[in-house]
Design a protein around this ligand. Structure first.
Ligand code: C2E
Ligand code: CA
Ligand code: CA
Ligand code: CA
Length: 284
């Protein structure tokens, strides 16, 4: 891609241009970007498979780069993780999302509670301020802990010792839900699940993608069925991500999954999208 320097025309393909920025360029720009407020959050609805109602949303961070346009988290989260900037960035995402959830709550007094899911990086897990920051953020916003779910990837908890689990346990005791994200992509011992303070399994998108073709591979279906049965026997709820078609949603509902997320319901969008969907629920 050509340089945007001094060029006042929009680039035809901002994605291609974004790809051309070096890792180094992005990494060094991150701290100033946080200071200047170049990050924003999109919210993707979480839908109850049983009745189709909107139950909340996952917060997904994006970077609106002044030259290169919107950059997705897969490109900068690993860099922020590498430099440690993920700690203040993650705290900002948490604060912003919690405040947003409080706003939804205030606008939906009669509807069921709308919850917010926030992703936690491995480095945030080991940061000593995690519990106190979270408590402070919830208190300041006036949001009850039960309206917050923290998503931690399965791989971040593989072989986790007690020191790593302690803060998550504290949060879980306070009423914050912990979800095991990207479940099924790691190699965790299923028996290990009992040891983790999690209440939700988020089945990785790869399982949903396996169901794109109809009829779905019977072995895939058996695997999902087995995971759901195990999860429910341990009192864990199952959320599926990457649901793109109504056929997938039907299949996953039949397999006993509880909650779904994906383009079939809604793409990640501005906070008002959730408000409107919840409002449509309440009046239908
Ligand atoms: P994730 O936590 O697994 O989030 C789900 C990803 O799947 C999101 O990508 C979402 O936009 C995408 N997605 C949702 N529905 C569909 C669908 O139906 N089909 C397909 N193909 N994709 C779908 P996104 O927003 O690019 O985020 C990528 C990853 O970046 C996230 O994966 C998460 O690991 C990370 N991330 C995003 N925001 C944050 C954050 O605030 N903190 C941290 N630590 N990581 C974040
Ligand atoms: Ca997630
Ligand atoms: Ca995930
Ligand atoms: Ca993922």
């Amino acid at each position: 891609a050509k340089s945007a320097g001094g060029n006042r025309f929009e680039l035809a393909d901002p994605e291609a241009d974004a790809r051309a920025i070096t890792r180094h360029g992005l990494t060094t720009a991150l701290p100033a970007a946080l200071e200047r407020g170049e990050f924003f959050i999109e919210y993707q609805p979480l839908v109850h498979l049983g009745d189709g109602s909107v139950r909340g949303a996952e917060a997904l961070v994006r970077w609106l780069h002044p030259q290169h346009g919107v950059i997705g988290p897969d490109r900068f989260i690993p860099l922020a993780e590498h430099t440690g900037l993920i700690v203040p960035l993650g705290r900002w995402v948490l604060e912003e999302s919690v405040r947003q959830a409080r706003t939804w709550e205030a606008r939906h007094k009669d509807a069921g509670p709308l919850r917010v899911n926030v992703n936690l990086s491995p480095m945030q897990l080991t940061h000593p301020g995690l519990v106190s920051d979270t408590v402070e953020i919830l208190e300041r916003a006036g949001l009850e802990p039960g309206a917050l779910c923290l998503e931690v990837t399965e791989s971040a908890l593989i072989g986790a010792d007690d020191d790593l689990l302690k803060p998550l346990r504290r949060l879980a005791e306070m009423g914050v839900d912990i979800a095991l994200d990207d479940f099924g992509t790691g190699y965790s011992n299923l028996a290990n699940l009992r040891r983790l303070p999690v209440s939700i399994l988020k089945l990785d998108r790869s399982f949903t993608q396996g169901m794109q073709h109809f009829p779905a591979d019977p072995v895939d279906l058996k695997i999902v069925e087995g995971i759901v049965a195990l999860a429910h026997s341990l009192d864990l709820a199952v959320t599926v991500e990457g649901v793109e078609t109504g056929a997938q949603a039907d299949q996953l509902r039949e397999l006993g999954c509880d909650t779904a997320q994906g383009w079939y319901y809604a793409r990640p969008g501005p906070p008002d999208q959730l408000h409107e969907l919840a409002l449509a629920d309440a009046t239908s």
